[in-house]
Design a protein around this ligand. Sequence first.
Ligand code: ADP
Length: 369
Amino acid sequence: MCAPYAVNLGVTLTVLSESCDDPAALVVPSSPVGAHTDLDAVRAFAAQCDVVTFDHEHVPQHILRALVDDGVRVHPGPDALANAQDKLVMRARLTQLGIPCPPWAAVDSIDQVEQFATEHGWPVVLKTPRGGYDGKGVLLAKSVAEASDWVDRLSGGEQLLIEQAVPFRRELAVLVARSPSGQAAVWPVVHTVQTDGICTEVIAPAADLDEELAGRLTRDALTIAAELGVTGVMAVEVFQIDDADGNSAYVVNELAMRPHNSGHWTMDGSVTSQFEQHLRAVLDLPLGDTRARSRWTVMGNVLGGDYPELYPTYRHLMARDPGLKIHMYGKDVRPGRKIGHVNVYGDDLLALRERAQHATDYLQGVITE
Ligand code: ADP
């Protein structure tokens, strides 16, 4: 989704794609095919680039480090990216920086799970440190029996992240961009509405958010970006909680180091889209204005399902709601997979949420008019 912004800036974007029908390969003319886990393929690809960046976090560390050793400019770099690749690395680093996190530990036996639960209470949340997305790799365990399957599956040396199940009010996210020369910019804090572990809606800015809390969260996001040496866009996902005195507080859930779903609203709702900003940041250009264009923007995710032909749905949706912005990704449709999103913006939050919901329901075939 960086492609149109690269065209606008006259910057040549080249994508290393898994296959020639990858969504990115369909929109970027120069897309050599190769695996991000194949050192030779990544090296050959990087040799043609002035700067290398990512649209996911799964490029192995040894490949990232080989590129850096070859003298390639890699943004974000391997040390920063490790915190988005491995949730145990991230927890240890954020705790060291004094950033609020849920109570957590690394475990590799059921005794350790039980000990953690005795201290912090059931249920607990178990997470595979690497490779999870959209709630896959996360287990809410209410008993030893429920946790034991995951612990039994660990092979030698592997650990799980265990966390207290946080009784959160809602999930928030803050998106920040940072360039190699250290300039940083941050967008307003948003509310990410989750359904069954998948983000279905983003409200920008988060409604009724205490200004002091938003300020603290924003400062923490900037601290994380600076201390971890993040370059490019990073999303900090947090749980809003009540502290022991009943005041609003937050704990960080996780970090994403790339343009992120919680920032898709910026494509229509902010002066600078996260995709343009990511390009500016990794190219070390001055960053763009992150202010919202209107009072509210609502983003609705379109999830794959038993799904009608896409193109015929456009006629009805566009006629019904000329202000609706539709962004589809050209991905294969699989149940629950994020295959596109819609944005609407304006002054009436309730009406915007209804419009976004209508559009996503209609695109997903949940409703027919
Ligand atoms: P993923 O990497 O798959 O996005 P997350 O760590 O974001 O996984 O967890 C997915 C969802 O699981 C979160 O959005 C949240 O709803 C829930 N969750 C994760 N960690 C906790 C926790 N410690 N307490 C309560 N709920 C949690």
